[in-house]
Design a protein around this ligand. Sequence first.
Ligand code: SAH
Ligand code: SF4
Length: 393
Amino acid sequence: MSANAPITQDLITIPRVLPDGPDNLVGMTRAAMRDALIKIGTPEKQAKMRVNQIWQWIYHWGARDFGEMTNLSKDLRAQMAEHFVIALPEVVTRQISDDGTRKYLVKIAGGHEVEVVYIPETDRGTLCISSQVGCTLTCSFCHTGTQTLVRNLTPAEIVGQIMVARDDLGEWPEAGLSTADQGPRLLSNIVLMGMGEPLYNFEAVRDAMLIAMDGEGISLSRRRITLSTSGVVPEIARTAEEIGCMLAVSFHATTDEVRDTLVPINKKWNIATLLEALRAYPKASNSERITFEYVMLKGVNDSDEDARRLVQLIKGIPAKINLIPFNEWPGAPYERSSGNRIKAFSDIVHNAGYSSPVRKPRGEDIMAACGQLKSETERARKSRKEIAADAGL
Ligand code: SAH
Ligand code: SF4
């Protein structure tokens, strides 16, 4: 795409049922779906097989209509249509950045909005999904943190973000082809790095990720799913046991004094306590390494001494250090470290034997980069308000 290609902002109006009234099959665990089928009269003996069939229709084929489920009897289809819905969040706007990054503003029950970002790369594509509307934590460099939490997302709203992105990318398999036959997947990786602290919404995140990993549906390997936490220590062992995905941690500082101000949850679980939980994670989850996220803030956490302290602290933990140049937002109290500073920091970490890539900001022109995910919601809201005002409404 050319550097000055226009940013598109489409208004998409696909009417979709919001998840109140009939039960939404999206987001149910297999066990819950089985119970729901039995409740509407499916014989217990058949229930497991029916779950398999419905599961494949919804998560492998992307079916949205019970009428499509041709290997189920007409009676069952009619009954399902009476009692259930297949409901996804509604995509309100889609913006496409100069660099191909797509940002979706999706509306969930109650009229709340969350943001979902798709980042295409040459050999893969990553979807950054949200777990909460806003965040209860108040990391001082994060824009999402300035938005008070409205609510936790449900499993349907979390897995629904993946499904609406697949809709937009046209990535449901064609009849007769398996997912593997279709070539490299456009949406091949998931990162829980959007709005919210995933470990403060543990059960919903777990259920949604188990659906995303299920081999009969979306079928993403647990190694292609990365959950990022600010350091909710008591839930880290549970993440290993009950989800088993890759873990990223918002580390960002090498002393408790600095981390207390950047990531205030550090006052509850400090660096030493966090590192202890992280040391146990790779073995417990059978994943190779942990990603340490480290935002580069000019004059705050970016000295050579910080870099050296960092490698000392994480000694013995299989790790990759992801350096994130600070993404600015209106009124932010920090500045991004210079390119030279980031390079010097990265070299020290690299020379100590750790991979230390610098995360390239993506989608900055549409405010889709890490930590910017509040403002566009507000801007979009404002502009819609302005439009209404202009129209004399
Ligand atoms: N709440 C979770 C996940 C969402 S934040 C967490 O904190 O880990 C995803 C990543 O973006 C985190 O590492 C976060 O610290 C980082 N981030 C937040 N604001 C940022 C900003 N303004 N610039 C760069 N990275 C930011
Ligand atoms: Fe919440 Fe993560 Fe932002 Fe901290 S960095 S305020 S935990 S979203």
